[in-house]
Every structure is written in structure tokens, then in C-alpha cells.
Design a binder for this molecule. Structure first.
Ligand code: GLV
Length: 326
């Protein structure tokens, strides 16, 4: 059986695959993606594919993949996979929820702190030899302890972030498609409609997944509701935000700053107007990037794939209906 792995992964966890039982085809280059034409060629006789957020698994891939029995994505998000088509073909799709929630919540906090305390701007100031003396208000920023946090999308990562923020004595609110009464009680968080949440929060963290409904849910009109001292952080998907509008509100100082891990087009062009602003901190989609978390994500992806190849339920299937539908 052939397992196609679209990225070079060198972790020891890869030893979970019994080498003598499988034909492993892995992309050889670090930090580059397997070219689409090669992927389409290799997928033809693949029994399983190990993919990630940079692979588009669409109708074209699925119709080439004549032997495909399971898809494992090393990610919690699966907006890059045509789940309906995979389900139609009875192919289970595995993903890696839970194990990355703390790491992503930590990056959200990192971006909150770094934006609030102007960390990158300050370092650039030193490097530019501009630092001449301590200043009473030199790089004075915003406080986090006790401030109001608004979370958009209260899933697993939202829960972790809320717990951490409560530890900082933050007043935490959330907006979500459905209210989470249990979470409200357990974590002492409040539900607010989106407009109220934007108006009242000092920090707004986007955690909603990329769907048709969340496409550009943050446009000029929404950003303009935020306070001039408020900070926007996106650690979910770039498509939830209209980046041109975000640029405008940051340039006009309608909001204080933004911390961004994800972008409408990745990698973001180095000449993108957002990157020219001092009040933007951008990092290259590294939400779950701690070694421990990435090892766990590889492990779960492999277990999903090995289970799928044996015809057993995956640890975490996005489309478990493949097992019940006739
Ligand atoms: C990363 O963005 C993921 O979905 O895990």
C-alpha cells in the first residue's frame, strides 16, 4: 500500500509507519510544497495521503485518486479539502483537533502581548540606532491584565484561550453561532452579539473557521465598531477578514494594532500594504508550531491514516458519516 506524504517530515514519530509494509512517497524538499502536477501524478495509485493546510484536495485530486482509502491532514482546519466529494467517495478524512488548542491559544496571547507592548516596533527602533535614552512614554502601549477580551468562535481553542485569559483576570466574552451555556458557567465567560463584542472589547481574537458564512465577516464596518485602543488578532484563517479594510482601519488608527498569523493569500506578499504598518505584527501561520504539538499532530495524522487503511474508524474523522451511510 502506498502512502503519499506531501511535505518532508523528519520527526521520529514517523517510525510509527512499519516501513516494510508500506511504500512511502514523501516530498524531499524542506519548506516547499510538492508541485501540484507531481502530486496529481503520485496520487493516482496512493492508498492514503498525508497532507496539510497548503494542499488543495479538490474534485480534480479526488477523481485522479483511484485507490484512495483515507486522507489525513496535519491540521485542525479542513477548509482546503472538499469534504462533500470525499464523503461521496466514502473516503474518511482525519484531522488533529485538541492537541493544538493550547499552542494556538498561546500564539493568540503572544500576538496580543506583542501588539499591546509594541515589541517588534521597539526592537526595530533599537536596531535602527534610534534609542538615545529612557523616555517617560517611550513605546507606551496597552495593558492586558484586567482588560476585556472578545473571542469570535468559541470552540476548543477559544476554551483554552478563555482559561488563560481568566488567569490574567481578563473579562472574557465570546460570540459564536450557538451559545455555549456550559462554557459560560465553567469559565465565567459571557455571550455577546458580534457588534456589542466588537464595541466593548479591548482585544478581539478571531478563531472562527473558514466557511462560506465566515468569509469576510470582519469588514470596515465591523472594525470601525472597535475602540481606537483595541487590538485585533487573527489565528484562524485569513479569509475571515477583508484585508483591504483591515489596512484602512489600521492606517486611520481606528483600531490600535493587529497581530496576524494567517492571511487571505499565504505566503503573504512581502510588499503587502499591511506589512508596511508599524501597528501590525505578522507571523507565518505558526499557530500550532511548538515541537511537542507538531509531533502530536504528526502522530495523530499517522494513526488516522493507519486506521483508515485497516478500515477502522479514525481517531478524529471530519466526516464520520462515511461509516454509517449506505
Ligand atoms: C492550522 O492552521 C490548522 O488548521 O491546524
Amino acid at each position: 500500500m502506498k502512502i503519499l506524504i506531501s511535505r518532508k517530515i523528519e520527526s521520529e514519530v514517523m517510525q510509527l509507519i512499519p516501513k516494510d509494509e508500506f511504500d512511502i512517497v514523501m516530498w524531499k524538499e524542506e519548506n516547499s510544497i510538492m508541485p501540484r502536477d507531481l502530486f496529481l501524478k503520485e496520487v493516482v495509485d496512493a492508498d492514503a495521503i498525508f497532507i496539510n493546510v497548503t494542499d488543495q484536495i479538490d474534485e480534480e485530486v479526488l477523481s485522479c485518486a483511484k485507490k484512495l482509502k483515507v486522507i489525513g491532514t496535519m491540521a485542525v482546519g479542513f477548509d482546503n479539502i472538499d469534504i462533500k466529494e470525499a464523503t461521496k467517495r466514502n473516503i474518511p478524512v482525519g484531522h488533529t483537533p485538541d492537541v493544538l488548542s493550547e499552542a494556538v491559544a498561546e500564539l493568540a496571547l503572544t500576538l496580543m502581548f506583542a501588539s499591546a507592548r509594541r515589541v517588534v516596533e521597539s526592537m526595530n527602533y533599537i536596531k535602527a540606532s534610534e534609542w538615545t535614552s529612557w523616555g517617560p512614554y517611550l513605546f507606551a502601549g496597552q495593558k492586558i491584565t484586567g482588560a476585556k477580551l472578545g473571542i469570535i468562535g468559541m470552540g476548543r481553542i477559544g476554551n483554552e484561550l478563555a482559561k488563560m485569559a481568566r488567569g490574567l483576570n481578563m473579562d472574557v466574552s465570546y460570540y459564536n453561532r450557538n451559545r455555549k451555556i456550559e462554557t459560560e458557567k465553567k469559565l465565567q465567560v459571557h455571550y455577546k452579539d458580534l457588534n456589542t463584542l466588537l464595541q466593548e472589547s479591548d482585544y478581539v481574537v478571531m478563531l472562527a473557521p473558514a466557511t462560506k458564512e465566515t468569509y469576510h465577516m470582519m469588514k470596515y464596518e465591523q472594525f470601525a465598531l472597535m475602540k481606537p485602543t483595541s487590538i485585533f488578532v487573527n489565528v484562524s484563517r485569513g479569509t475571515t477578514v477583508d484585508e483591504n479594510d483591515l489596512y484602512k482601519v489600521l492606517k486611520e488608527k481606528k483600531i490600535y494594532a493587529a497581530g496576524l498569523d494567517v492571511f487571505e493569500n499565504e505566503p503573504i506578499d512581502e510588499n503587502h500594504p499591511l506589512l508596511s504598518l508599524d501597528n501590525v505584527i505578522a507571523v507565518p501561520h505558526i499557530g500550532s508550531a511548538t515541537v511537542e504539538t507538531r509531533d502530536k499532530m504528526v502522530e495523530i495524522t499517522l494513526k488516522n491514516i493507519l486506521n483508515g487503511l485497516k478500515g477502522e474508524p479514525l481517531l478524529h474523522a471530519v466526516n464520520p458519516e462515511v461509516y454509517t451511510k449506505k
